[in-house]
Design a binder for this molecule. Structure first.
Ligand SMILES: Nc1ncnc2c1ncn2[C@@H]1O[C@H](COP(=O)(O)OP(=O)(O)OP(=O)(O)O)[C@@H](O)[C@H]1O
Length: 574
């Protein structure tokens, strides 16, 4: 059952690469040609060549076998690029899916330690990639060697082939049963390993507190208990692995001993020629034995690891259905006006809520500035609008639809948030600019770049085809903001939230960028960094901690003490 969800995940991510997988299998079959022919050609060399007094013919058959190995080497050469074509793109799509899923989970559960859990997940995806490529590479040993050996035996002696097939089937069935036990036990090893990490990390992080509080023995006992549990599960896993030996005995040694024991009778009744007997031994002691050994050794380690890790990744991905699924079908929006109805949000259940029963009406195409003292909750409001956090109470509506019934992708298309730390990624300037609108035309991008004032930055970088290095190295914070502003400007988002997204620009550049957004069709919410931003807006929302007040600049100046103070403070700053 657990393997099934992992296997389904693997199937889902391998399906788009079935062409390269097909080519991989085809080349593997060519690679297996000499394995299939080895016993048959050895039998021919003995029977029609050496035993018949024609050594030339005997060597001829052996030379044919050598030629097949050359063909096989060519096949091997083709296998590796196909392997990379299959596994590398699969890794990328799998990684994208599980990282997106774990980030959604981190945001949903409001856990700050998201980075470490995502890092763990990416490690697991890389483990899948490595294990899968090793599995696929070595699978040909099982498939090619096992199938080729059985096929060769059928040609040599249907009787020996039948006996061998029965033994192999029983051995494989026994191994399948063993695999279930191994999977359960290995899963325990992984889970207990994670518990060791969970217990050890806080102790290591807080080692100074542990020492100053003389709590070393308690911490050691706590971590030691988890270590002991993991050691016990490792021992249980190792005990189960011992049973792989009978599998090899049953699948290979029993038919080999049977063939040798029956050989006097088979030879005397002429059921088997001397060459066929030698060919049979070649198949059983060579490819079949290595296939069986690989199955039980790699199968009981790699197959088990891949099964358990894929299962864990499948669990992560299956959690990637936040409220859309919980609340049934994803709803459509009607327009893009936003309404908050008594929205309450706090970062913990115990602390005072940052947003307390906030009401807000944001008609389509309006321009709102949000102001308030530092730490009052302006960015938190932006996060509620972008559904990066879920309100604890109250409802947020987008286009008349409850925000948590809107599909995450739909919301991302409709609403773009630019945070203070603008993000640029490794790639070309064009890719950075068109990330949210991949179908944007050159003239649309030109228009947005010029409107937001990003042209100088684009030119300095070397134009649209220039490459931005990882982490945006070499770009100033202001230049990153300009690229992010142009990226959102060219997008189809009908609501744009600028969360101090222009704080690294000078006042003139900030005014230009904000004007570009207010002329652009759609709603604009600006978390204001300067009084000038507030003055450009149609309406201003003042967050004060005890309530929220909405109005125009002059109106608020005369009636709202906090706003008047903020304006006074801003004007005092040179
Ligand atoms: N992830 C978080 N976990 C816990 N508390 C948080 C978190 N993010 C913000 N806070 C707290 O919530 C409150 C509101 O923060 P927020 O960033 O929304 O304020 P802000 O008005 O945007 O501040 P600033 O103008 O300084 O950016 C602050 O007290 C802040 O410390």
């Amino acid at each position: 059952m657990r393997l099934t969800s992992g296997a389904r995940l693997l199937h889902e991510h391998l399906r788009p690469h079935r062409r390269s997988l097909g080519l991989l299998l085809a080349w593997s079959a060519i690679e297996a040609l000499p394995t299939f022919a080895s016993g048959i050609l050895v039998a021919r060399a003995i029977d029609s060549g050496f035993l018949a007094g024609r050594p030339g013919e005997g060597f001829g058959w052996l030379a044919t076998l050598a030629a097949l190995w050359v063909v096989s080497a060519f096949g091997t050469r083709q296998v590796y690029p196909r392997l990379a074509d299959t596994v590398e793109p699969m890794r990328d799509t799998l990684l994208r899916a599980v990282v997106a899923a774990s980030l959604h989970r981190v945001v949903r559960e409001d856990r700050l330690a998201g980075g470490s859990s995502v890092a763990q997940i990416t490690e697991q995806v890389d483990a899948v990639r490595m294990l899968l490529s090793t599995m696929l590479r070595n699978m040909r040993q099982i498939v090619a060697a096992g199938v080729a050996a059985l096929g060769g035996l059928v040609v040599l002696s249907p009787f020996i082939a039948a006996v061998t097939a029965v033994c192999v089937t029983v051995a494989v069935a026994f191994f399948a049963l063993l695999l279930r036990v191994l999977l359960t036990r290995y899963r325990n090893v992984v889970l207990h390993g994670e518990q060791v990490g969970e217990r050890a990390v806080p102790v290591v992080d807080g080692i100074r507190d542990v020492v100053t509080q003389t709590a070393e023995s308690r911490a050691a006992a706590d971590v030691g208990e988890a270590v002991e549990r993991q050691a016990a599960s490792l021992r249980a896993f190792a005990r189960a692995r011992v049973f792989r030996l009978p599998v090899v005995t049953l699948g290979v040694h029993v038919p080999l001993i049977a063939l040798l024991a029956l050989s006097p009778w088979l030879l005397s009744t002429q059921s088997l020629s001397t060459g066929a007997l030698a060919g049979g031994v070649v198949y059983l002691a060579g490819p079949l034995q290595s296939a069986m050994l690989f199955l039980v050794n790699a199968g009981s380690t790699m197959l088990v690891s891949i099964g358990v890790v894929l299962d864990r990744l499948a669990e992560v991905c299956s959690n990637d259905r936040p409220s859309d699924v919980e609340h049934g079908a994803v709803a459509d929006t009607d327009g893009y006006d936003i309404r908050l109805n008594e929205v309450t949000f706090g970062y913990s259940h115990h602390s005072h809520p940052v947003l307390d029963r906030l009401d807000l009406d944001l008609p389509a195409d309006s321009h709102l500035a949000v102001v308030g003292p530092s730490g009052i909750g302006k960015s938190t409001l932006a996060n509620v609008l972008a559904r990066l956090v879920e309100p604890a109470a109250g409802t947020a509506f987008f286009g008349g639809t409850n925000l948590d019934r809107l599909g995450a992708d739909d919301l991302r298309r409709e609403l773009a948030l630019i945070p203070q730390d603008a993000y640029v990624f490794a790639g070309t300037v064009w890719e950075n600019l068109t990330y949210l609108a991949p179908d944007a035309t050159r003239s649309e991008v030109d228009l947005s770049v010029d409107a937001t004032g990003a042209r100088t930055t684009v030119d300095r970088l070397g134009g649209y085809a220039a490459t931005i290095p990882p982490g945006g190295d070499g770009l100033s914070p202001g230049e990153r903001q300009l690229i992010a502003l142009a990226r959102v400007h060219v997008s189809r988002a009908r609501v744009v939230v600028l969360d101090e997204a222009t704080c690294h620009l000078d006042p003139g550049a900030e005014a230009r960028a904000e004007r570009a957004f207010s002329r652009r069709p759609g709603t604009l919410v600006v978390i204001a960094h300067r009084i000038s931003s507030a003055q450009r807006a149609d309406r201003i929302l003042v967050l004060s901690g005890t309530g929220a007040d909405v109005g125009g600049h002059d109106e608020l100046l005369s009636r709202n003490r906090l706003y008047a103070d903020l304006v006074g403070h801003w004007q005092a700053v040179p």
